[in-house]
Design a protein around this ligand. Structure first.
Ligand code: SF4
Ligand code: SF4
Length: 385
C-alpha cells in the first residue's frame, strides 16, 4: 500500500504553499518521515520541469513559488541541494534563469546543474533496455525529489511525476529515444526504465494551475488548486489522472505498462489517499488531450498503413504559425517528415504522415502553440477525438 497526500492550495503564494507542503508531510509521517526521506546532509537533487525556455510563472513549467517552498523545507534537513533539468529544446541554464528558479536558488545557496554531464550505466531487470546514458547529477544524488507539473500530453495523454524524469536523459538524446520507441507502449516502458535508474525518492506535483487541452506547452491553463505528494511516482500520477477524468487509470499507457510490470502502485485499491478526498477535488470539466486507450493498446506490430489511418496527426494552425521551422529542428525523423510550403505570405509546415512516428515533439515544442493533434476520418469513425 502506498500513501499519497492530496492537498488543496489555491494560490502561488510561497507561504501558503510551504504550509500546504508541511501539512502533506505531516500526513505522511511528519518530521520522522522527512528525516528518513532526507538523511542528514545527503546530496539532494530537485528536478523541476523545464520543458523549454519559459517566462516566470508560466503554466508550462514548475512554478518558482513551489520550488521556493520545497527548498525552504528541504534545507532544514540538508544544505547540499542541487537543481536541474534538461529541456526538450534550448539551453538549460537559460530555462532556469528565465523561469525564476535560478533567482530562488541563488538566494538559498542551491546549486544549478545543466544535466549535460552524463554517465553510462547498465540497468539489470530492465523492461526495455539495459544500456543507458543518463545525466550524472540525478543518477549520483542520494535523494531525488521530482517537481512535475500536471498537464496534458499529446503522446502520453498526461504528464506528471513519471514523465518528468524523462528530462534526466541529456538534451538531444531524448529525440533518439523517441525514434527508437515510436509507440506509446514501448515509450512507457522506456520511461519506467529511466525511473528505475534514477531512484526518485519523492514527488511533489504542481497542479495549482494545471494545463488542459493541447498540452504540454500550448494547452490552456486550468486552475485546479491541487498539490499531490508521495514517495511512489505511479501512485501520485494515478491519483492525478483520476482527478482529471480517467476513472480507469489503465487507459494511460504508462500506468498500464507499470501495472503489468508490477512497477509501483497503480490501482486505487493499492493507494491510500490522505488529506482531501478525490471526489471533492475532481475537475469535472477538464479537457483531456484526447481519448486514451483505443489506438495504443493495439499490438505495436500493427501495419504502418493502419497506424497512419487511425493515429492522430500533428496539424498546423495556420493563423498562429510564424514559419520559424523549430518543428522541423526538433523532429527526431528530420529531415524526412516536415517540409515547408508557401501559403499566401506565409511559410508553413507540411507533414509526410507516412513517415511520422507521432512522438509529437513538434507539437510539444512549437513556440507559438501552432500545432494541434487531429484524428483522420477512420480515427473519428472509431470514436477518437
Ligand atoms: S508550426 Fe510552430 S514551430 Fe513550426 S514553423 Fe510554425 S510556428 Fe514554427
Ligand atoms: S513530425 Fe512531429 S510527430 Fe511526426 S515524427 Fe516529427 S516531431 Fe514527431
Amino acid at each position: 500500500m502506498e500513501s499519497v497526500a492530496l492537498l488543496k492550495c489555491t494560490d502561488y503564494d510561497v507561504e501558503l504553499i510551504e504550509n500546504t507542503l508541511r501539512e502533506g508531510f505531516e500526513l505522511l509521517g511528519g518530521d520522522s518521515f522527512l528525516r528518513k526521506l532526507i538523511p542528514e546532509n545527503s546530496k539532494v537533487l530537485l528536478k523541476p520541469n523545464f520543458l523549454s525556455i519559459e517566462a516566470k510563472g508560466s503554466p508550462v513549467i514548475t512554478h518558482y513559488a513551489v520550488f521556493e517552498a520545497v527548498v525552504r523545507i528541504v534545507k532544514e534537513y540538508s544544505e547540499n541541494i542541487t537543481f536541474g533539468d534538461s529541456p526538450g529544446f534550448g539551453d538549460s541554464r537559460k530555462a532556469a534563469e528565465k523561469s525564476g528558479l535560478m533567482e530562488v536558488a541563488n538566494r538559498y545557496g542551491v546549486v544549478f546543474d545543466d544535466f549535460k554531464d552524463d554517465v553510462h550505466v547498465t540497468l539489470e531487470n530492465s523492461l526495455l533496455c539495459k544500456s543507458w546514458n543518463i545525466a550524472r547529477a540525478p543518477y549520483e544524488a542520494d535523494v531525488v525529489i521530482t517537481l512535475p507539473k500536471l498537464k496534458t500530453h499529446a503522446m502520453a495523454y498526461y504528464t506528471g511525476a513519471v514523465k518528468n524524469q524523462f528530462g534526466c536523459i541529456p538534451g538531444a538524446q531524448k529525440a533518439i529515444w523517441h525514434t527508437r520507441m515510436p509507440d506509446a507502449n514501448n515509450f512507457s516502458k522506456m520511461l519506467l526504465d529511466v525511473n528505475s535508474l534514477v531512484k526518485t525518492s519523492f514527488a511533489i506535483l504542481d497542479g495549482i494551475i494545471a494545463m488542459e487541452g493541447n498540452g504540454p506547452k500550448s494547452g490552456t491553463p486550468k486552475k485546479m488548486d491541487t498539490i499531490i505528494m508521495g514517495q511512489c511516482l505511479t501512485a501520485v500520477d494515478s491519483v492525478a489522472v483520476r482527478l482529471i477524468g480517467y476513472d480507469d487509470v489503465l487507459k494511460l499507457p504508462f500506468l498500464k505498462e507499470a501495472f503489468d510490470a508490477k512497477w509501483g502502485a497503480v490501482m486505487p485499491k493499492d493507494i491510500v489517499v490522505l488529506g482531501e478526498k478525490i471526489e471533492t477535488m475532481k475537475c469535472k470539466d477538464f479537457k483531456l488531450s484526447r481519448k486514451g486507450g483505443s489506438f495504443y493498446f493495439v499490438n505495436p506490430s500493427v501495419t504502418h498503413f493502419l497506424t497512419s489511418m487511425v493515429a492522430p496527426n500533428p496539424v498546423v494552425i495556420e493563423e498562429k504559425c510564424i514559419g520559424c521551422r523549430r518543428c522541423d529542428e526538433v523532429c527526431p525523423r528530420r529531415p524526412e517528415v516536415i517540409s515547408f510550403i508557401k501559403k499566401g505570405n506565409k511559410t508553413i509546415p507540411k507533414w509526410d504522415y507516412s513517415k511520422c512516428i507521432r512522438c509529437f515533439c513538434c507539437q510539444e515544442l512549437c513556440p507559438q502553440g501552432a500545432i494541434e493533434t487531429k484524428y483522420k476520418t477512420l480515427g473519428k469513425i472509431l470514436g477518437l477525438k
